[in-house]
Design a protein around this ligand. Structure first.
Ligand SMILES: *Cc1c(COP(=O)(O)O)cnc(C)c1O
Length: 431
């Protein structure tokens, strides 16, 4: 599979190069030259297989020229070593739970696949430094995915006092090749320092930097697989008329959903569910792209006002000749309705949902039509948002799963740093 740069269409690059580079010239996103398509018999066959076999078939349709099938199988088996489940909420409404991985968020799929594929393509003595900034969830997924990988060091910057204690414990207690740095500043400051490092000549001469962020094409491909697994667990009659609601921030998950549809997976249409950071819902109704200042919400992984992956969504529609308004609607859910949806799910269906999941549910409820089946995606385990949930659900006690509680006892190993790039530079050059 080769890819082109959406900002400079004659810039072409191989899949392996695209993983290492992340972005192209002028910060352009890479996009596959060809979108593979499978016929209905093949799709039916894939849906009958187990999750690892399914994922191998899907990824093979993109990567058959670069990686042997058995190797794809190995990488997938290592990366997706945890279950996915679909649960029925009521008659025609289902939830797809993607939070059963090691850091209890759907980012585990993309990060782990990227880590394993990067370690496969790099030469054994080649050293790579993963440098990234996090406002919470990404840090944990990246840290756990690359933990103890040979010749790969991970450096994660995060804002002091801006992430929850539990979030911090989850990725700042690992040690080994995982270096965490607590910055005396906000998330934007952390991002700025990371950006400066990627532009610094001296650093780039000495070390091989990779950001492992959500625009990386390997993460996107990995995220196609859970859609197939989800649909295979749905009642057959739902597959004629299925709407999928995706809680969206940077729109990587939705992009993967559209790629699943373009492969031939029977999804009639999608709903992009956002919080009050509503650039996309406004864009679809007015045709104007106006990114306002980002507003903090209880669904903080979706506090994004300029979603990175949007150009890819437009490109998929252009290549497939889909009218975007027929296959995608978007809804913005305010804080009050998010909380109300969490209460609704709990009171009526005894289902505990985190705020991101509740937004997907509410958007689905608003937009689903008679005779349609609805599937909303759950992207985080509710216990990751314990404080919010206990408040909204009136003192309901959330019990931490073992995966989380074992970290809450460990010591935080982070370095403290002023929000000044020169300190980071020194740190990186001395790694
Ligand atoms: C990252 C994240 C999202 C948003 O996913 P995108 O691919 O960025 O749209 C939603 N929910 C949770 C819990 C996340 O961590």
């Amino acid at each position: 599979m080769n890819l082109y740069n959406l900002k400079l269409k004659n810039e072409s690059i191989s899949f392996f190069q695209a993983i290492k580079k992340g972005l192209g010239t002028n910060q352009g996103l890479y996009f596959p030259n060809i979108l593979p398509q499978l016929n209905i018999d093949k799709i039916r066959k894939i849906l009958k297989k187990n999750f690892i076999e399914k994922s191998t078939d899907i990824l093979q349709s993109y990567l058959h020229n670069e990686i042997k099938t058995e190797k794809i199988y190995d990488i997938v088996a290592k990366s997706f070593s945890f279950p996915i489940s679909v649960k029925k909420i009521k008659n025609n409404i289902f939830v797809l739970e993607l939070f059963h991985g090691p850091t209890l968020a759907f980012k585990d799929f993309g990060s782990r696949f990227m880590a394993n594929i990067l370690s496969f393509i790099k030469k054994s003595d080649e050293k790579i430094v993963i440098l990234t900034a996090t406002s919470g969830d990404t840090g944990a997924a990246v840290a756990h995915s690359f933990y103890k990988m040979k010749n790969i060091s991970v450096v994660i910057l995060y804002p002091k006092n801006k992430i929850s204690n539990l979030q911090e414990k989850l990725f700042c207690t690992l040690g080994e090749n995982i270096h965490t740095i607590k910055i005396d500043g906000d998330f934007d400051k952390c991002q700025l320092m990371v950006k400066q490092a990627f532009q610094d000549e001296q650093i780039n001469k000495k070390i091989n930097l990779n950001s492992a962020n959500s625009i990386n094409i390997s993460r996107l491909l990995a995220q196609i697989c859970p859609y197939f697994e989800g649909l295979s667990q749905m009642p057959k009659e739902c597959l004629n008329n299925l709407v999928v609601s995706v809680p969206s921030g940077n729109f990587g998950n939705l992009t993967a959903g559209l790629l699943a549809k373009s492969l031939g997976l029977p999804i009639k249409r999608f709903i992009a569910a956002t919080n009050i950071n509503d650039t996309v819902p406004r864009f679809l109704s007015t045709g104007k792209w106006i990114a306002k200042k980002t507003i903090s919400t209880i669904s903080n992984a979706m506090d994004v006002s300029n979603p990175n992956n949007w150009p890819r969504i437009e490109e998929i529609c252009a290549v497939k000749k889909w009218n975007i308004n027929n296959i995608l609607s978007a809804v913005s859910i305010c804080e009050k309705d998010t909380k109300y949806a969490m209460q609704d799910l709990y009171k009526k269906y005894s289902y505990i949902a985190d705020p991101h999941t509740a937004i997907a549910y509410k958007a689905l409820k608003n937009k689903i039509k008679k005779n349609e089946c609805g599937l909303f995606i759950s992207t985080a385990h509710p216990s990751k948002f314990k404080e919010t949930l206990e408040l909204v659900l009136n003192n309901y006690k959330i019990i931490l799963p073992k995966k989380l509680s074992k970290f809450s006892k460990l010591k935080i190993l982070s370095h403290n740093m002023k929000s000044d790039f020169l300190y980071l530079k020194k740190f990186l050059l001395n790694l």
